[in-house]
Design a protein around this ligand. Structure first.
Ligand code: GUN
Ligand code: ZN
Length: 439
């Protein structure tokens, strides 16, 4: 017999994209709402009184008016192996990779360490209200197994792929064109569409793959077109100059992917800050998604992503922490940083837009918007419940708020894991067991 769980309280609902339509027409807060969960899915969305009457035996979890039931946060670009080096000081992209990232990724050669970090990462992010991530792994196939297994244990939806690099990376952190193809193919067969998992073919970025490796991964994607393909694009100006030295014949950075079969509507390009007009046109024509990583872009000093300009062109754009180039595991902190970058570019985003972006918007970039990111009947029961007065500083602002949006915005700007009252994954809110012994 299936278990019914009824959540009652203020519920955030979307009926459209608040970047395309006025936010007040497509994002609503139902102050006496209810969500009925059954078998890991959202069975009914309605009014608290009515659903309590029709489902009197359901387990009832009541959230008061100081809470907001939201879709679970979807983080569209992370590197789980960088969990233990998050917030490392003072470098720009290439030095940061060489000095902090590659040595740490080398440690995941040990499968036990990979498993420990995968579990630690999923527990830390669940405590931040994140219910789905799209993650890079390391070059070691077992690092992808570790994350897929940890997600399966938690019933969690996950997108991940083994990172591929066959040049400009240290000994011990390089594969080959052939082994990248073979190992990625075996992982696709093992994990893609198994339970809640999906596979993303993952060349790290142009500088760390030879043309042969890019072509091999392009061929693999052509054989498995329902996989995603994730990589980095135009993050820092030094990186772009390096790509141009490595590929003097290419029209631009994007062309180095397109020329090897790595551009299409299931492509995800992280960062995409310093784009040429031709690149924007091609991205738009092909329907590829971009992913904004605001705390990373300020932390590593990369630049200010043009959200307003690019979303006006109807491009799918995800939002992401980019852990550990990003300085936080929190999507609240990420929304705050996206707001601040919007301000620096003269386009302040509304709380309704920020919340949509961190949930339905990211889900859309991952082609999962028919499954997650929205509180709608038939969707998977991944929900994040916010406490809108989680600290005394936020509570006094909440007390002075004139409406829910005012209060939600204060939690976005000032909140952290204390603002996460509950994270529901596939209909369960079991608390994560933090790996205290790991520290
Ligand atoms: N470009 C290539 N690899 C990485 C990475 O791990 N993090 C970031 N931020 N950019 C990258
Ligand atoms: Zn990245």
């Amino acid at each position: 017999m299936s278990i019914l769980t009824l959540l009652t309280g203020p519920v955030l609902r979307f009926s459209g994209n608040p970047f395309d339509q006025p936010w007040s027409e497509v994002v609503q807060i139902d102050t006496s709402g209810a969500v009925l969960l059954q078998d890991g899915k959202i069975a009914v969305v309605g009014q608290a009184d009515a659903l309590r009457q029709t489902h009197p035996t359901a387990r009832h979890v009541a959230y008061d008016e100081n809470h907001l039931i939201c879709p679970g946060f979807v983080d569209a670009h992370v590197h789980y192996p960088q969990t233990a080096i998050i917030a490392s000081w003072g470098k720009r992209l290439i030095d940061w990779l060489n000095d902090y990232t590659f040595p740490e990724e080398m440690r995941l050669a040990d499968p036990d360490y990979a498993r420990e970090i995968a579990s630690r990462y999923l527990d830390l992010t669940r405590a931040q209200g994140t219910t789905t991530v799209a993650s890079y792994c390391t070059i070691h196939p077992h690092s992808a197994d570790a994350l897929f297994e940890a997600a399966a244990t938690r019933n969690q939806r996950i997108v991940a792929g083994k990172t591929c690099m066959d040049r400009n990376a240290p000994e011990g952190l390089r594969d080959t064109a052939q082994s990248a193809y073979d190992d990625s193919k075996a992982l696709i067969e093992r994990w893609h569409k198994k339970g809640r998992a999906s596979y993303a073919i993952t060349p790290r970025f142009t500088p760390t793959s030879t043309p042969d490796q890019l072509a091999a991964l392009g061929a693999l994607w052509a054989e498995h077109p329902d996989c995603l393909m994730q990589t980095h694009l135009s993050e820092q100006t030094d990186e772009i100059a390096w790509v141009s030295d490595l590929h003097p014949q290419a029209r631009d950075y994007l062309d180095t992917y397109e020329g090897h079969g790595l551009l299409g509507d299931r492509a995800l390009f992280g960062h995409a800050i310093h784009l040429e007009p031709r690149e924007i046109d091609r991205l738009k024509e092909t329907g590829a998604a971009l992913v904004h990583c605001p705390t990373s872009n300020t932390f590593i000093g990369s630049g200010l992503f043009d959200m307003a300009g690019l979303s006006d062109q109807q491009m799918p754009i995800g939002l992401a922490t980019d852990t550990g180039g990003g300085s936080s595991f929190s999507m609240l902190r990420t929304m705050a940083a996206a707001y601040e970058i919007g301000q620096l570019r003269g386009t302040p985003l509304h709380a309704a837009q920020l919340l949509w972006w961190a949930t339905a918007g990211s889900a859309r970039s991952l082609h999962l918007d028919d499954k997650i990111g929205t509180i709608s009947e038939g969707y998977e029961a991944d929900l994040t419940v916010l406490n809108l007065c989680s600290t005394s500083a936020i509570a006094q602002r909440h007390a002075n708020a004139t409406h829910h949006w005012d209060s939600l915005f204060a939690t976005i700007m000032m909140g952290d894991d204390r603002a996460i009252a509950d994270t529901w994954i596939a209909g369960s809110n079991e608390k994560p067991s933090l790996l205290v012994s790991a520290f």
